[in-house]
Design a protein around this ligand. Structure first.
Ligand SMILES: *Cc1c(COP(=O)(O)O)cnc(C)c1O
Length: 359
């Protein structure tokens, strides 16, 4: 049985080398006679795995020592409430920039805990670009929230907007570790693991320490960053297996040459696919140049009645999970770090063949 090229938006493909290592270690981790899943999170073995994962992540992203790194649960969706609970007072303004539907979800949930204000949006153009942000609208805001990469619309910030005096919070669920970033441009970064980090069940939060300790009084302990930071993300049982897997992915990324090398590979992969789409009359992507995502590439067929045939043929060619999100239809190819260039080449070949045959 050979592995297919899996373009799923998440849970997403993982590096084969990481899965093989996990398989080799599954029954007997490090000569202990048990799997990593079956040991105490407070024992010396797991705490070393956890510490090494954090150290490697800090190296990959050059995370300064005044930022805490938290390995939490609850998904990115839980952060939609944790962020306002921790960073804003209940009546305080919290600014949100909308470039897609994940941002809309963050707004809907955040509005329960702070005076959420949408300060910029590209909804009126169908999320085909990054909205212009008028910095004067950030006055008095506790923070400004952006979505670095909108997984459904396929819209990505190459760099965050330049904002000095208000902490920038970014949902990086679908782009973290895909390119070099300057962590000091952000007050807080969060990401669900299942796109670019590892299996689902783990949520990463990177937060500047001066933002800790201001949570609203009724904040549940399990949503309070200061509680988690103090306990080293072990105030209760963490997602140990997902944390271990994330650590293997971090080691794999370092072995690839770190994020500069990973970013260059991601650029090559997405360039190849966008070039194929743009060269064709049959396929199209609506996102404006400069805002196109390297991670999630939505595209439509000129004849939507051929969607099913496209997907069936793709699957026969070993290219799976290309169906677009139900809210937008069409296709979507997610090109996370673990997708090899060979997968994108096979997709582009298949697209050309399909167009020649049916268009
Ligand atoms: C997938 C995704 C989410 C939701 O993540 P969960 O871990 O399922 O809660 C939120 N934001 C973005 C940008 C995503 O891609």
């Amino acid at each position: 049985m050979s592995r297919v090229f899996n373009f799923s938006a998440g849970p997403a493909t993982l590096p084969t080398a990481v899965l093989e290592r996990a398989q080799a270690e599954l029954l007997d981790w490090g000569g202990t006679g048990t799997s990593i899943m079956e040991m105490s999170h407070r024992g010396t073995h797991f705490t070393e795995v956890a510490r090494k994962a954090e150290q490697d992540l800090r190296q990959l992203l050059t995370i300064p020592s005044d930022y805490a790194v938290l390995f939490l649960q609850g998904g990115a969706t839980q952060q939609f409430s944790a962020v306002p609970l921790n960073l804003a007072r209940r009546e305080q303004k919290a600014a949100y920039v909308l470039s897609g539907s994940w941002g809309q979800k963050a707004v809907a949930e955040g509005a329960r805990f702070a005076a959420v204000t949408v300060v910029a949006s590209s909804e009126h153009t169908g999320f085909d670009r990054l909205p212009d942000l008028d910095l004067s609208k950030l006055h008095d805001a506790a923070y400004v929230h952006i979505t670095s990469n909108e997984t459904i619309a396929g819209v990505e910030y190459a760099a965050p907007p330049l904002i000095d005096d208000v902490p920038v919070v970014s949902d990086m669920s679908s782009s973290i570790l895909s390119r070099e970033i300057d962590v000091t441009s952000y007050g807080l970064i969060y990401a669900g693991a299942q796109k670019n980090i590892g299996p689902s069940g783990l949520t990463l939060v990177i937060v500047r320490e001066d933002l800790l300790g201001r949570a609203q009084p009724e904040t549940p302990a399990m949503l309070n960053y200061a509680v988690h930071a103090k306990a080293g993300s072990m105030s209760n049982t963490p997602a140990t297996f997902a944390w271990y897997m994330a650590g293997l992915v971090f080691e794999w990324l370092l072995a690839q040459g770190g994020l500069a090398a990973v970013e260059a590979a991601n650029q090559r992969k997405s360039d190849l696919l966008y070039a194929a789409i743009d060269a064709s009359e049959f396929y199209s992507n609506p996102v404006r140049e400069g805002a196109r995502s390297r991670m999630n590439v939505p595209f439509t067929l000129a004849t939507p009645t051929l969607d099913r045939a496209f997907l069936v043929g793709a699957e026969e060619a070993g290219l799976i999970a290309l169906k677009g999100h139900r809210s937008v239809g069409g296709m979507r190819a997610s090109l996370y770090n673990a997708m090899p260039i060979e997968g994108v080449e096979a997709l582009v070949d298949y697209m050309r063949m399909f167009e020649d045959r049916y268009a």
